[in-house]
Design a binder for this molecule. Structure first.
Ligand code: NAD
Length: 376
């Protein structure tokens, strides 16, 4: 787990996400909800007593919500696909650091065939003990390089069936004023964060469509793609484009004119808030209770769980990221007040992160940071 998890004061662990997690597994779980009227009966409450009736109604409502949630998932995404781990080949872009690295290590430790596409060389320690992980130096913003790498992966490992589009950079500069974004930085952000997804989809999707077990495409966007933020115009635009790309991809795969094999393709959209990686180092979350920094291991665990289950869906963490789109139904004046009170447009003041060609790529990896934190 990342170091800030180890070094945080105890009260910062109490977040709205933690409370929701506990409630979802206790009072809001149908099994627990039905235990309450059963306990009432055990202590002799008559069937027509207020307490017994009220707790039965409560348990029925909780059960109905669960059933509707289940039906919603099936109607929206259909049945899960069956994974055959002897045949699956995982491609992870940007797998040399941060979230991508944790995903690489997770699959690598399970013995799955993994191809990491990154511009950065892996540190020796990173590939230790991960015999089934192969690193390919590839700029995913370069369409031809992606095609060449795909051909090499097919020779080395087989046809990729799981594509995790994770590579990303951020400059964290304003549009105007001193030290503002240059045209080449804007182009670079859009090339790596957005165009790269088009390149990898066009390179890897045909193989998945032709493969008997189908495939899964994971798109790592950001909650900022739904919000926009000061000093992040290029980044938020690049991430908003991914949300639209994901929706269009789903539409293309489920339309009557969908290519053969499209019914075996699953898609996962990931829209996280701030992660415990170095990409947004120095950024202070406006509220550690309402908008806690997401532990990268936790997010990686959710992604792996959804891919393993063969499901399509959306992963939004922390909790606020799941409901942030409701902000847009508020009157514009109220939206402005919410933005001001939340402090989200001042969050970049302490920014000292960013990663990409020309930036500091020598910051310690999460595993190194964890080691350091444990040594202290
Ligand atoms: P990171 O900087 O730790 O890792 C990104 C990886 O992408 C690096 O290994 C980097 O070398 C690689 N990369 C950069 N340009 C590349 C290129 N042209 N070709 C191939 N690889 C390239 O970042 P992270 O925090 O692990 O973020 C992973 C993803 O999650 C990114 O897409 C990011 O936008 C998104 N995200 C991050 C946060 C956050 O707070 N860190 C929040 C929301 C979404």
């Amino acid at each position: 787990m990342a170091p800030n998890h180890l070094s945080k004061p105890w009260h910062e662990h109490i977040t709205i996400d933690l409370l929701a997690h506990v409630l979802n597994r206790s009072l809001f779980h149908p099994f627990i909800a039905w235990l309450i009227p059963l306990c009432q009966r055990a202590v002799g409450a008559p069937y027509d007593s207020f307490n017994f009736t009220a707790t039965c109604i409560y348990a029925s409502i909780v059960t109905l919500i669960w059933v509707l949630g289940f039906l919603n998932t099936r109607i929206a995404y259909g049945l899960p696909r069956e994974l055959d781990w002897d045949e699956e080949v995982v491609v992870i872009t940007g797998g040399a650091s941060g979230l991508g690295k944790i995903l690489t290590e997770t699959y690598g430790m399970r013995g799955a065939s993994v191809a990491v596409l990154d511009v950065r060389d892996p540190e020796e320690e990173e590939s230790e003990g991960l015999a089934t992980v192969k690193f390919y130096k590839c700029d995913v913003g370069d369409a031809e390089a992606v095609v060449r790498t795909r051909e090499q992966i097919e020779k080395d490992l087989g046809t990729p069936t799981i594509l995790i589009n994770n590579a990303g950079i951020v400059h964290g500069k304003p549009l105007l004023g001193p030290n503002s974004l240059t045209p080449s930085e804007i182009a670079q952000t859009l090339r790596i964060n957005t165009l790269a997804h088009f390149h990898t989809l066009q390179a890897f999707l045909p193989g998945m469509l032709g493969s008997p077990q189908g495939g899964t495409i994971v798109t790592i966007s950001s909650v900022l793609g739904k919000l926009g933020a000061s000093h992040l115009a290029d980044y938020t635009a690049s991430k908003a484009a991914l949300i639209a790309l994901h929706a269009s991809l789903r539409a293309e795969l489920t339309s009557p004119a969908a290519p053969e094999g499209a019914e075996r393709i699953r898609t996962v959209l990931v829209t996280p808030g701030q992660l415990s990686t170095t990409l947004f180092a120095g950024v202070q979350t406006p509220s550690s209770f309402l908008g806690p920094v997401v532990e990268v291991m936790e997010l990686a665990g959710e992604i792996v769980r959804m891919v393993d289950a063969g499901e399509s869906g959306e992963i939004s963490m922390p909790l606020y990221a799941r409901y942030i789109e409701w902000l847009h139904v508020l009157p514009a004046g109220l939206q402005r007040v919410v933005r001001k009170v939340s402090g989200m447009d001042r969050a970049m003041e302490g920014f000292r992160g960013g990663r990409g060609p020309g930036t500091d790529n020598k910051r310690p990896s999460p595993r190194q940071q964890q080691k350091k934190a444990l040594e202290k």
